[in-house]
Design a protein around this ligand. Structure first.
Ligand code: NI
Length: 204
């Protein structure tokens, strides 16, 4: 190979290696998993004030008062959210069976339709311990920004309440003292998530 080509390949190798490292970023305990996008630290999570599915105003400190799995979505979501939230609920149950208590938290990105009543139905259907949260547009915007969640209404020809939301679909393992312990990508089952959560909580 000519030297310039060699240098170019070396640079590409470093970039690809760096990306692979980012994909499998180790946690503080050095734990890695294919389901883990990112781990301990990172500037993710923070203060919010929202309204829970019983109509009570709650802060982040009241919601995340122990290990919690947090998911941002919306109850009208036709495919992604119901699958992910079901898997989150199954993960919580698998952990509970092993004596590990983790609270499932759902935060809507569609406060216009996700009223307290809609979230009460949703939480009731998904998991008995689920806390489902809504709020004003501004409150949801603040919470989503803290968790670096992207969401936007999809422009459609349809009118009124019939619309879709684009949104990021990650699951966050949060701790009251340490903030983000793990950021999970979708596409894995409750067995994988339960294993990872246990490993990441191991150092707590
Ligand atoms: Ni969704």
């Amino acid at each position: 190979m000519r030297p310039t080509l060699w240098v170019a390949s070396a640079i590409i190798a470093v970039i690809v290696g760096g990306m692979a490292w980012l994909m499998l970023a180790p946690s503080g305990q050095g734990y890695t998993s294919p389901a883990l996008v990112d781990a301990a630290g990172g500037d993710v999570g923070g203060a919010f004030t929202l309204i829970d599915h019983t109509g009570r105003t709650v802060t982040d400190a009241e919601v995340i008062d122990g290990p919690a799995l947090v998911y941002f979505g919306y109850t009208f979501c036709p495919d992604v959210c119901p699958v992910d939230v079901q898997i989150m609920a199954e993960t919580v149950d698998m952990l509970a069976a092993d004596g590990v208590s983790v609270k499932p938290v759902f935060i809507t990105v569609d406060p216009a339709r996700d009223t307290v009543e809609a979230l009460a139905d949703y939480a009731g259907a998904m998991h008995p311990d689920m806390i489902a949260l809504t709020g004003s547009d501004e409150q949801i915007k603040t919470a989503a920004a803290a968790y670096k969640v992207y969401y936007a209404k999809v422009d459609s020809e349809g009118s009124g309440d019939d619309y879709l939301m684009n949104h990021t679909a990650f699951m966050y393992l949060m701790s009251p003292d340490q903030g983000l312990l793990g950021l999970f990508r979708r596409g894995f089952g409750p067995e994988q998530f339960a294993k990872d959560v246990k490993a990441l909580l191991g150092g707590v």
